[in-house]
Design a protein around this ligand. Structure first.
Ligand code: ASP
Length: 343
């Protein structure tokens, strides 16, 4: 007569599946992406534009999902998804980067590996087509976490990157946004004691892009890429390249990418705080992300949102603005694309 373990092995042999492959074949994997939050008014978005945004978000989330479904790493998945969005003029990253006050482009990006707690970031680069790729090179090929400006671009050359002309990122819609923002800033400056204009007053859309993923090996990763904020001052660095502000990932805890008014996200340590609440207060990813975005930031006056994922692939996408471009896809499911709270 067979003992219990012998019966189990006999059953598995019958299925012709070793125990390890049974386990791996059930491992969850998932990806979530964002394309920025802000005043995304339904009235101002035509059906054709809506279709374009949805199609690009679907393409990006599927690019990341494809990596995960082929047992690729969460790092490769977030990078693949972000590259699609960096190539699109619809989003404020890569091709669609916004203009600085003086009519230039200064791009920021970061990436974090939840398995190793390694991270890489670049700030204020003007000649890099895919800043998230350079952030990853900083993480993997340098002893530093963040490189900025000319130094980052010099490092890029040593890593085989091609420097593209600065006007690669020029687009007419972004230029018009700059002119409008500058006109509003100039008008506000005429009012005595007027404080700086809020993004709401500037009708600002945070078009930053980001991605978080869990792979079938259980590794979490997060990444973010942006042109920053329209009419930002020369040299201004936002939250997107700052680990713990715009991007954070730690295996067993969570992965988060943010979009919003960067100064608040830096001061409130947004992505780091969400993960800390999961880690130390044992909150669910939904509770932790909601606390920071819809309680703390709202009280402080900071606008924006995050995409956040826990170790099981559960996803939270809170935002305190009118909308946030986002998409997600879990193992075996169809992609989910959303812009407003209810579709
Ligand atoms: N967070 C970005 C920044 O402050 C802007 C954005 O999310 O669009 O640079």
């Amino acid at each position: 007569m067979k003992t219990k373990p012998q019966r189990l092995w006999a059953a598995l042999a019958l299925l012709a599946l070793p125990a390890s492959s049974v386990m791996a074949s059930e491992a969850p994997y998932a990806i979530a992406i964002h394309g920025g939050a802000g005043t995304i008014s339904k009235a101002n978005l035509s059906d054709a534009q809506l279709k374009e945004y949805r199609a690009k978000l679907t393409e990006a989330v599927n690019a990341g999902y494809r990596v995960l479904s082929q047992d690729g790493s969460s790092l490769d998945a977030v990078q693949a998804a972000i590259n699609v969005l960096e190539d699109s003029p619809l989003f404020n990253a890569g091709r669609g980067a916004v203009y600085t006050y003086d009519g230039k482009h200064e791009l920021d990006a970061s990436i974090m590996d939840g398995r190793t707690m390694n991270a890489g970031a670049v700030a204020g680069v003007s000649h890099i087509e895919h800043p998230v790729d350079l952030a990853r090179a900083v993480m993997e090929k340098s002893e530093h976490v963040m490189l900025s400006g000319a130094g980052a671009e010099e490092f890029a050359l040593t890593q085989g990157f091609t420097l593209v002309p600065a006007n690669t990122f020029d687009t007419e819609p972004r230029y018009q946004q700059l002119l409008k923002a500058k006109a509003k800033i100039a008008a506000a400056e005429k009012v005595p004691q007027q404080a700086g204009l809020s993004p709401q007053a500037l009708d600002y859309k945070f078009g930053t892009v980001g991605a978080v993923a869990l792979d079938s090996q259980g590794n979490l990763a997060a990444a973010t890429s942006t042109g920053g904020m329209t009419a930002k001052r020369f040299g201004r660095i936002g939250d997107s390249p700052i680990i713990g502000a715009g991007t954070y990932a730690q295996n067993g805890v969570c992965a988060v990418s943010a979009t919003g008014w960067g100064e608040y996200f830096i001061r409130y340590h947004v992505t780091g705080d969400i993960c800390a609440q999961v880690k130390y207060l044992h909150k669910s990813i939904l509770e932790a992300a909601d606390d920071v975005i819809n309680q703390q930031l709202v009280q402080a006056g900071g606008s924006g949102g995050v995409i956040a994922m826990d170790q099981h692939g559960n996803i939270a996408t809170p935002f305190n603005t009118e909308g946030m471009y986002r998409a997600s896809r879990k193992r075996g499911e169809a992609p989910l694309v959303m812009i407003w709270r209810e579709q």
